[in-house]
Design a protein around this ligand. Structure first.
Ligand SMILES: Cc1cc2nc3c(=O)[nH]c(=O)nc-3n(C[C@H](O)[C@H](O)[C@H](O)COP(=O)(O)O)c2cc1C
Length: 401
């Protein structure tokens, strides 16, 4: 079989596999088969007893819709604007580190899929490809950059300047990673801060990795990219994910002064991610944020943190209509998106849903996840009698008894 037809066969097989994936939970199951256990659990897992992880999803289930009949015939509108930028649907991709380990398409694949879907990717600092490369190779369109607080102001200032120069429109400052969350299964799996990832440890892991031949061959062909493309250590060398997390843990916690510091350097909107109380939302706005992301990091940081959909209404009420409130953590269905918007969110972000899509099909897998979300939102809007996502408000949902 000649090379081009082999490619064609592969593309067709992938398309068939993706067609069989009907929802996010199918994608998760397929990702579990595709990825080595440690990597699947790195993406999937939450902190400690995973109470917040479970609560994130359950809290969406506890809301029910108040549908209306006999109202519409036309195709509902699900486009909206976020910070003035039009998006084709109210779903952005969340910043997730380590995505190039999941699939060689990595951060590029997520960003390209988001662009293809007409929405905004939030590109993580902990990306496997440089922020400039993403900017150069993703079709023109809006994109945001996510920043952590690093110990080294030079590193932070450099990232802010580079993101500015590369045309990222907004800077997302993550506040909930004072220390890394206690994800015990990562430690059990050796996916931890002391992990030595190099060719030798890869050889040692070989028997386990061999159970996932498709992933392994892609990973090896990609040159086993453990390094983070944006982050250089004190020695000037690019760092690997665990080393970066350790460095972040060694540095001072992010404070509101850091948000002001970013606001003074970045010529564009600053968004604060990781807000869970009305007070903090107000503080974020006072420090210069024009939008906040209500997030518990997908249950990966403080176990026992509340579900984001539960605290969303008090945060929306606290900041008022001029501040955009976004939400992530636990969004698995189009219905979750509609519930978040009904509770006052401008849009949501998906983390794991995109990562599982990436695991099973690279960029095409993320596109499939976004297509599924879009189709689910549209169908539910018709069933609810809703013509435009912008009409959603608290009258459309109630807490189930
Ligand atoms: C594998 C993984 C890596 C993540 N890395 C980052 C990161 O580098 N920066 C960040 O702000 N959030 C990070 N997050 C959190 C996501 O941005 C987002 O808040 C979370 O995934 C939302 O929950 P969901 O996965 O239930 O959609 C990560 C999440 C996952 C699953």
């Amino acid at each position: 079989v000649s090379a081009p037809s082999l490619d064609l066969l592969r593309t067709r097989a992938l398309a068939r596999r993706l067609e069989a994936v009907l929802n996010v939970s199918d994608a998760r199951a397929a990702a579990r088969r595709t990825l080595p256990k440690a990597l699947f659990e790195y993406v999937d897992g939450g902190a400690e007893d995973e109470l917040t992880l479970a609560r994130n999803e359950r809290a969406f289930h506890d809301l029910t819709f108040r549908p209306r009949m006999g109202l519409i015939n036309a195709e509902p509108k699900l486009g909206t604007t976020v910070l003035g930028t039009p998006v084709s649907m109210p779903v952005l991709t969340a910043p997730c580190g380590g995505m190039r380990l999941v699939h060689p398409d990595g951060d590029m694949g997520v960003a390209r899929a988001a662009a293809a879907a007409g929405t905004i990717p939030v590109v993580p600092a902990a990306a496997g490809v440089s922020l400039e490369e993403v900017a150069a190779r993703v079709p023109a369109g809006p994109r945001w950059f996510q920043l952590y607080r690093f110990h080294d102001p030079k590193l932070m200032a450099g990232l802010v300047e580079r993101a500015q120069a590369a045309g990222y429109q907004a800077m997302v400052m993550t506040m909930d990673t004072v220390v890394p969350g206690n994800r015990e299964q990562d430690r059990r799996n050796g996916f931890s801060y002391n992990m030595r990832i190099n060719a030798r440890s890869a050889v040692r892991q070989a028997p386990r990795l061999a159970r996932h031949p498709a992933w392994l061959s892609r990973f090896v062909r990609d040159g086993m990219p453990f390094e983070l493309a944006n982050i250089a250590g004190p020695d000037g060398q690019r760092m690997a994910l665990p080393a970066m997390s350790r460095m972040a843990a060694d540095s001072q916690s992010p404070t509101w002064d850091d948000v002001e510091w970013v606001r003074d350097r970045f010529h564009g909107p600053v968004v604060v991610k990781g807000i869970l109380t009305a007070d903090d939302a107000r503080r974020a706005v006072n420090a210069g944020a024009v939008a906040v992301i209500v997030s518990n990091h997908g249950g990966r940081q403080l176990d026992g943190a509340p579900a984001t959909i539960d605290v969303l209404p008090e945060i929306v009420a606290a900041v008022g209509p001029d501040v955009a409130v976004l939400l992530d953590s636990g969004v698995r269905r189009g219905n979750d998106v509609l519930k978040a918007l009904a509770q006052g969110a401008r849009a949501v972000l998906i983390g794991r849903a995109a990562a599982w899509g990436l695991a099973i099909g690279g960029q095409a897998g993320v596109e499939r996840m976004l297509d599924i979300m879009r189709a689910q939102i549209l169908r539910s809007m018709r069933l609810m009698g809703l013509t435009d996502v912008c009409e959603l408000n608290a009258a459309w949902v109630e807490r189930s008894r």
